[in-house]
Design a protein around this ligand. Structure first.
Ligand SMILES: Nc1nc2c(ncn2[C@@H]2O[C@H](COP(=O)(O)OP(=O)(O)OP(=O)(O)O)[C@@H](O)[C@H]2O)c(=O)[nH]1
Ligand SMILES: [Mg+2]
Ligand SMILES: [Zn+2]
Length: 294
């Protein structure tokens, strides 16, 4: 009992987990069969208790309760999710960005929008994306290649766990390399990545000099639907919540009459593109529920 230690899982491959302790020591541990019986899967980001091995690997004994949990890729206890898009290649998938924002709102994770590949400064395309999210989250226009805007972004990482998410080839690994002076593997936008094959294969947490952790991930391009009941979705749009005043309580802001959200869209107080994507996400969720028991 006495030689138990605590730390955080920073990587897990093939049943072996790398655990980092507060004073910077690393241990390799195996999960006991107990976790399988309890239906628990240790994840990168998990705070755990373990018994170090005398030689080689030790054993994980306990997983502490999670503050948040992301799926595909699986990561625990993320405080801040950096939702990356590019204005050039690949073309920005803002529906994916919106779905990731919903995940964040649901789990109490701070979302940050990062527009990468602004090599020569803020382009009109980048400014248009900034405008859509300015009321919603912090937005940074940056370039991993030229360093544009990177100083401001670097301020975000101290004492907490941040993860980079977004389509393959938006430059997540490149941004981490630029921030931390690393050389993580990066890849070209190729036939392969367009089919969803990622250069980065495993989620891994990397310690930062400011005492935080940054996770590189293979993106979230597999994310097809938000596992939410349709009625839960409107409340996760901060720009809708302040509207109120719809004729029907529980208004989904779709085809109901006297809807304050639709009025705000037509008056330009709610971004029409965000609203159009909301409609698709909400209708998809309604459709998914209809087919759930097919
Ligand atoms: N022009 C330009 N290209 C960039 C920038 N950042 C990254 N790239 C390029 O974009 C390509 C993909 O970068 P990665 O960092 O591998 O992208 P990723 O998001 O980690 O991709 P996955 O690991 O597949 O999810 C590489 O060819 C990078 O050199 C940037 O700021 N400007
Ligand atoms: Mg990568
Ligand atoms: Zn409404």
């Amino acid at each position: 009992m006495d030689n138990r230690k605590q730390g955080k899982i920073i990587k897990g491959v093939g049943g072996f987990y790398t655990v980092l302790t507060e004073n910077g020591e690393r241990f390799t541990v195996k999960a006991r069969g107990l976790f399988r019986k309890l239906g628990q899967t240790p994840l990168p980001g998990d705070d755990v208790e373990f018994t170090p091995g005398k030689k080689g690997e030790g054993f994980m004994e306990r997983i502490f309760e999670r503050r948040s949990e992301l799926l595909r890729p699986a990561l625990a206890n993320v405080d801040c999710l950096l939702i990356c898009v590019s204005t050039t290649e690949p073309a920005p998938d803002l529906e994916l960005a919106d779905k990731l924002l919903l995940y964040c709102r649901r789990q109490g994770i701070e979302p940050v929008i990062v527009i990468n590949k602004c090599d020569g400064g803020i382009t009109p395309e980048a400014a248009a994306i900034c405008a859509q999210y300015a009321h919603e989250a912090k937005v940074f226009a940056v370039s991993a290649e030229t360093g544009f805007g990177m100083d401001a972004l670097a301020q975000l990482f101290s004492g907490r766990t941040a993860a980079f998410a977004g389509q393959s080839a938006v430059g997540k690994s490149s941004l981490i390399n630029a921030l931390l002076g690393l050389s993580l593997k990066t890849g070209e936008l190729s036939q392969k990545t367009e089919r969803g094959r990622h250069t980065t294969r495993h989620a891994e947490l990397i310690p930062t000099p400011a005492g935080g952790l940054i996770a590189d991930t293979p993106g979230f391009s597999m994310l097809e639907s938000v596992p939410l009941e349709p009625e839960q979705i409107p409340a996760l749009y901060p720009e809708f919540v302040c509207e109120g005043g719809c004729r029907f309580t529980g208004c989904m802001h779709l085809s109901e009459p006297d809807c304050a959200v639709k009025a705000a869209v037509s008056q330009g107080r709610i971004d029409p593109k965000r609203y159009e994507r909301y409609k698709k996400i909400a209708l998809d969720a309604i459709e998914a529920r209809r087919h759930k028991y097919d």
